[in-house]
Design a protein around this ligand. Structure first.
Ligand code: NAD
Length: 328
């Protein structure tokens, strides 16, 4: 049995508790949270021991689950890793580039496993594509949410867009060449809405829009590649592949269109989406990596690369905002 301790039992921490309870290979040992109301609720609902001493909880566990506000990810990760514990840390992995680099070094030195909570990697609408060749040339992303004060201690880039940054970096087999970005702080003092263009060295371009001040929710990625379009709806959990039909393809729905290059047959398929709970899947996958000594699906390097791009985006936004303010 792997012993788990949870740091932070707020909104997401409680979802984590529910899901840890569903994994037979782990035992929940206790939690640490300075908020007495949250702590009392968890003690009453889950019968879980509240630790008042952070080090004592870490010492009693094999896995530390970090679900604190973002600026506290680093200190908890640092203590846990230095005590030789495996760490699951929510996204974004840390607040600053220096913290991210330090986490990567500490994980290597302590030879522990770390996974970052980029949960969309486990969304059934995305995992349905595991047998499909993805090599996009153009990517269009929309992640829109209604305003919620929770999470607004960081910008929309770290709050929402980082999910898509991670997915895109995992899909595009290339490195970032250039980033342009603009964003506006409408309701908070950091950008609440942003549009970003990421150009990759292989020619792929990703255009991302994230907003936390929208009336409607949307979480869609559209991928365009040679001969195919792939649409992933992370919210509605469906996936669509529209492509030029191959002569030996039978099952797909298809229709003809006339082009200057002759008649083309287009097929539309919707891969089967398994019923799935992405948080349970990510935690299970972490436990599997520890037990079988395999790499984690979203490791500290992935967590760092997503943070690094997010920081570059914020720098671009702050430069474009200051040049507008100076009337340039
Ligand atoms: P929240 O404010 O609801 O909960 C945070 C909890 O951490 C609170 O109970 C707070 O009292 C507690 N806390 C504060 N200081 C602490 C400390 N030193 N040690 C332990 N606990 C402490 O926030 P949330 O929405 O649950 O978000 C928590 C983290 O999860 C954030 O990093 C956020 O980015 C991330 N998150 C990820 C997703 C996702 O889709 N993967 C979704 C929501 C939030």
């Amino acid at each position: 049995m792997l012993k788990v301790g949870v740091f932070g039992v707020g909104h997401l921490g409680k979802f984590h508790l529910n899901n840890w309870k569903l994994i037979p290979e782990v035992e929940l040992v206790g939690f640490f949270d300075p908020n007495n109301d949250h702590a009392k609720e968890v003690e009453a609902t889950y019968g879980l021991k509240r630790y008042m001493d952070e080090d004592a909880l870490i010492a009693a566990c094999d896995i530390i689950d970090v679900v604190t506000p973002t600026h506290l990810h680093f200190p908890v990760c640092e203590t846990a890793i230095k005590m030789g514990k495996h760490v699951f840390v929510e996204k974004p992995m840390a607040n600053t580039i220096e913290e991210g680099k330090a986490i990567m070094n500490m994980v290597k030195e302590a030879n522990v496993k770390l996974q970052v909570g980029h949960v969309e990697r486990f969304n059934p609408a995305y995992t349905a594509l595991k047998n499909i060749t993805i090599n996009p040339l153009f990517i269009e992303v929309h992640r829109l949410a209604q305003f919620n004060p929770r999470g607004t201690e960081v910008s929309v880039i770290f709050d929402l867009m980082i999910h898509d940054i991670d997915i895109i970096l995992s899909i595009v087999k290339s490195t970032v060449k250039n980033i342009s970005a603009s964003g506006v702080a409408v309701l908070t003092d950091t950008p609440d809405i942003a549009n970003v263009r990421i150009e990759f060295h292989n020619g792929c371009v990703a255009n991302l829009t994230s907003s936390r001040i929208s009336m409607k929710k949307m979480r869609k990625i559209r991928l365009f590649q040679k001969d195919a379009y792939i649409g992933i709806d992370f919210l509605e959990k469906n996936t669509e592949i529209i492509k030029l039909k191959k002569p030996d393809e039978e099952d797909a729905f298809s229709f003809d269109i006339e082009t200057h290059q002759g008649t083309k047959t287009i097929s539309i398929t919707n891969p089967v989406i398994e019923d799935g709970n992405a948080i349970l899947a990510e935690l299970k996958s972490f436990v599997h990596a520890i037990i079988h000594d395999e790499p984690t699906v979203v490791n500290e390097i992935d967590g760092f690369l997503a943070m690094e791009v997010a920081h570059q985006i914020l720098e671009k936004i702050s430069k474009s905002t200051s040049s507008i303010n100076q009337g340039n």
